[in-house]
Design a protein around this ligand. Structure first.
Ligand SMILES: [Zn+2]
Length: 447
C-alpha cells in the first residue's frame, strides 16, 4: 500500500507535475474568488492534490462567475455565445474556446478553455499514435489519401466539434483532408457519404463506429481506414476486436472528457494507459479516499494542470476506474486503467426486503443478443425497466425480444429483484443531446 499514487506513476517527470500543480493552485487562489475562499485554510504551497477539497460540476457551475480567473468572462454572455450554433469554432472574447457537455448526469457543464487546455490531450495523442501505428501504417495512411473523417454531434458547442473546426481552419492542408460527419445523419446517408469520402482515419464515438462496423460487414459500407479512433464511451472488450476485424484496421480508444481532454489511450491488451504530464487522475472511494490498484473506484478525481481560465482542480468526474495492479503485458510502464461506466449510470433498486441493490451499466449490455442492433435500458420507476431496441434488418424481432427479456429477468432475479417488471418500448433507442447513445438510463436522480 506504500505504492505511489496513480498520478505520480503516470508522469515521466513527477517533480515537474508537482510544480505545475503548485503553480495552478497559486494562480487559482490569486485570480479566482471561488478558489481563494475554498483554499483559504490550505498551506501556502500545495504540491499534493489530496490536500485540496473536492469540487464538482454542479457546485462550480453554480459559482461560475467567481470560479473563472478572468473577470471579463461571465455566465450570461457565455450562454448567449453557446446558444448560437453559427459561432461554433469561433473564440469567445477573441481568446477562449467555449464547450458544453452533453450532461449525462442532468447538469450540463459550460467550459471555457484557453489555448493551453489541449496540452494534455496533445501529449497523450502523440503517445497514442506511436502505440497504435507502425511506420508502415503511417505510410499506408498517406497512400490512402490521408483523409480524416470526424464523426460527431454537429450543430452544438461540443468540444470535439469546436476544437476540430478550429484545428481545421488553422491548417490549410487539413481543411482539404478532414471532414465532419454528423452522427445525427440517417445511417444510409452517412454510409453513402463515407463511401464517397474514403477516409484513411476515422474519429468518432464508440457507439457510432460500432454501428458502422456492422454496415461494413454487410458490405453496404466499403471504406478502408488504417485507423479508427474511438472516444466517449466504453464498449465491451470484444467489440473493439469486432470493429478491427470488420475494417481490417487498427482501433484506438481514448478516455477523456471536455474537462480533461484525452487523457488515456488504449493498448493492444485492451487497457487504457494514463498520460499524466498535464492531468492528475485519482481513483477514490465514496468518501474520496484513494482506492488501491485492483479495486474498482467509486469515482475519479481529475485535475487539469493546463487550463487556467477556469481551473478544474480535484474535480469529481464520476467515472468508475479500475487500475491494473500488475505491469501491463503490452510493456507500457504508464498506469493501466479500465473505465467501468459512470457512477451516475448505476441502476439502484430495492429488494422486497428493502435492501438496496446497485447494478452497474455493463451488466445491462444486451446488444450482443442475435438480431439486436442497438439496445437502451431505461429505468422508469423503482420497479420497472423499459427496453428500447433496434433490430437488425431481417431479424425476428419477437424472438430477439424473448431472448432480451429472458436475460434481463435472469439478471434481476440473481440480484433478488423478481418484482421488477420489464417492458418492451415501441420507441427506438434515443440519442442524447451530445449524440451519444446511452445504453443505460437510471431513474432521474435529483441534482
Ligand atoms: Zn498496456
Amino acid at each position: 500500500m506504500s505504492q505511489h499514487p496513480l498520478w505520480e506513476s503516470a508522469s515521466r517527470e513527477p517533480e515537474m507535475v508537482k510544480e505545475r500543480l503548485a503553480d495552478i493552485v497559486a494562480f487559482a487562489r490569486a485570480n479566482s474568488p471561488y478558489y481563494r475562499d475554498l483554499y483559504k485554510d490550505l498551506p501556502a504551497r500545495v504540491e499534493d492534490p489530496s490536500l485540496l477539497p473536492v469540487t464538482d460540476k454542479k457546485t462550480l457551475m453554480a459559482n461560475f462567475d467567481s470560479w473563472v480567473t478572468d473577470r471579463e468572462v461571465t455566465i450570461e454572455p457565455v450562454r448567449k455565445f453557446i446558444e448560437d450554433p453559427s459561432l461554433v469554432g469561433e473564440k469567445f472574447l477573441g481568446r477562449y474556446t467555449v464547450a458544453t457537455t452533453a450532461g449525462t448526469t442532468g447538469n450540463p457543464g459550460i467550459f471555457v478553455l484557453d489555448d493551453n487546455h489541449t496540452r494534455g490531450g496533445t501529449t497523450s495523442l502523440r503517445e497514442a499514435f506511436r502505440t497504435w501505428l507502425s511506420l508502415g501504417d503511417f505510410v499506408r495512411i498517406v497512400l490512402r489519401g490521408a483523409r480524416i473523417a470526424a464523426l460527431h454531434a454537429t450543430g452544438g458547442h461540443f468540444v470535439s466539434v469546436t476544437s476540430f473546426t478550429r484545428w481545421r481552419r488553422s491548417i490549410r492542408l487539413l481543411a482539404k483532408l478532414a471532414r465532419d460527419f454528423s452522427v445525427h445523419t440517417p445511417m444510409k446517408e452517412l454510409v453513402d457519404r463515407l463511401n464517397e469520402f474514403r477516409p484513411a482515419v476515422v474519429l468518432g464515438y464508440a457507439s457510432t463506429v460500432s454501428l458502422l462496423a456492422r454496415e461494413q460487414e454487410l458490405g453496404r459500407l466499403h471504406i478502408k481506414p488504417v485507423l479508427l479512433v474511438l472516444t466517449a464511451e466504453g464498449l465491451a472488450p470484444d467489440e473493439y476486436g469486432q470493429i478491427a476485424k470488420a475494417f481490417d484496421a487498427n482501433v484506438g480508444n481514448v478516455w477523456g472528457s471536455t474537462e480533461i481532454a484525452g487523457t488515456a489511450f488504449s493498448c493492444a491488451e485492451g487497457w487504457l494507459h494514463v498520460v499524466g504530464e498535464w492531468i492528475m487522475v485519482e481513483p477514490v472511494d465514496a468518501e474520496y479516499r484513494p482506492v488501491p490498484p485492483g479495486e474498482q473506484s467509486h469515482t475519479v478525481l481529475v485535475t487539469n494542470l493546463a487550463n487556467r481560465v477556469q481551473p478544474i482542480l480535484r474535480y469529481d468526474l464520476g467515472d468508475r476506474v479500475l487500475q491494473r495492479p500488475d505491469p501491463c503485458p503490452c510493456g507500457n510502464p504508464l498506469p493501466a486503467i479500465r473505465i467501468q461506466g459512470r457512477s451516475a449510470e448505476v441502476l439502484r433498486f430495492r429488494t422486497k426486503a428493502g435492501e438496496e441493490v446497485s447494478i452497474p451499466p455493463l451488466a445491462f449490455e444486451i446488444d450482443h443478443v442475435p438480431g439486436v442492433d442497438l439496445a437502451q435500458v431505461v429505468q422508469t420507476t423503482s420497479t420497472n425497466l423499459r427496453v428500447r431496441l433496434r433490430f437488425e434488418s431481417g431479424a425476428d424481432a419477437n424472438q430477439a425480444w424473448q431472448k432480451v427479456h429472458g436475460e434481463l429477468k435472469h439478471l434481476l432475479a440473481s440480484h433478488g429483484l423478481d418484482q421488477v417488471t420489464i417492458e418492451r418500448a415501441e420507441e427506438p433507442p434515443e440519442q442524447g443531446r451530445g449524440g451519444k447513445f446511452r445504453q443505460v438510463m437510471p431513474l432521474a436522480q435529483s441534482g
